[in-house]
Design a binder for this molecule. Structure first.
Ligand code: CO8
Length: 264
């Protein structure tokens, strides 16, 4: 545990490897100001440097809110240069978060607006409680989503839907979010963390390098044309081919037992 608006916690055995990153700024509904941004940056660096980390859960300690977006009060005191620096830094922070080699899961209970939704969109998976509310309201503030929203939302829901949601800034609920594919699962309110943990535990049973290579192949492949993408897959496959874990998987199958993977 560490003081500040972002708390990083490593789960202990049998859930070792699962890391929890919690937003904790109740007085501002987890709005992302300079301090929160710094907290996110250091938490991401810490996870990146932790060779034992296998899955990241991003959740909130504040009831009924995941994150209310950028800190609009702090923003009001900033000049345009400072706003640009802040938004650039937020954008690159979410990009380094997306680039983590291990899976990340957003646990959304309550509100995920603006930068808060953009943070969730930079995760690999999203789980929400049924009273979750989503929106990219930036155009209503006469700006545009600036921390990846204009790029990640259309890649998830398609261009036309993303345009409607961004042009109108309207709120949408958990049912619509699951229908559009913004979230992977919608569960009863208050149970999103449990669902995310179940998924993290399933991921933890798999070959650790295989999970990293699968993420890399999917993410890098999405950036390029099909033949280059298949070359990325080949390169990632090559990495898993060399592992002891691959042989352990085959041995476990032959011996009708659960595999025990070591990440080697
Ligand atoms: N920034 C700063 N403070 C906030 C924010 C925010 N985004 N959201 C809530 N707070 C503060 C409130 O001002 C309030 O403070 P105080 O007690 O001092 O009045 C406190 O948190 C509690 O909030 P509410 O009383 O409003 O609590 P409710 O439960 O009634 O409502 C909501 C919670 C629904 C989250 C509501 O507060 C809300 O709609 N907030 C704003 C959401 C929003 O529009 N977010 C911004 C999205 S845009 C973005 O992230 C991209 C960058 C934007 C740059 C803008 C440049 C001008």
């Amino acid at each position: 545990a560490q003081p500040g608006p972002v708390r990083l916690q490593k789960l202990s055995a049998p859930d070792s490897g699962i890391v929890e990153l919690r937003l904790e700024r109740p007085e501002a509904k987890n709005a992302i100001g300079k301090e929160m941004l710094q907290g996110l940056r250091s938490a991401i660096e810490e996870v990146d440097a932790d060779a034992a980390a296998t899955v990241v859960l991003v959740a909130s300690s504040v009831p009924k809110v995941f994150c209310a977006g950028a800190d609009l009060k702090e923003r009001r005191l900033m000049g345009p240069n400072e706003v640009r620096d802040f938004v650039n830094s937020l954008r690159s922070t979410f990009s380094s978060f997306e680039a983590l080699s291990i899976p990340t899961i957003a646990v959304v209970e309550g509100v995920a607006f603006g930068g808060g939704l953009e943070l969730a969109l930079s995760c690999d998976l999203r789980i929400c409680g049924e009273d979750a509310k989503f929106s990219l309201p930036e155009t209503g503030l006469a700006i545009i989503p600036g921390a990846g929203g204009t790029q990640r939302l259309p890649r998830i829901v398609g261009g036309s839907r993303a345009k409607e949601l961004i042009f109108t800034g309207r709120r949408f609920d958990a049912v619509e979010a699951v229908t559009m594919g913004v979230v992977n699962y919608c569960v009863p309110a208050g149970e999103a963390y449990q669902k995310a943990l179940e998924l993290a535990r399933e991921i933890n049973q798999k070959g650790p390098l295989a999970i990293k290579m699968a993420k890399k192949a999917i993410n890098q492949g999405a950036e390029v044309d099909m033949s280059s993408a298949l070359a990325v897959e080949e390169e990632c496959y090559e990495q898993v081919l060399q592992t002891q874990d691959r042989l352990e998987g085959l041995a476990a199958f032959a011996e009708k037992r659960k595999p025990v993977y070591t990440g080697k």
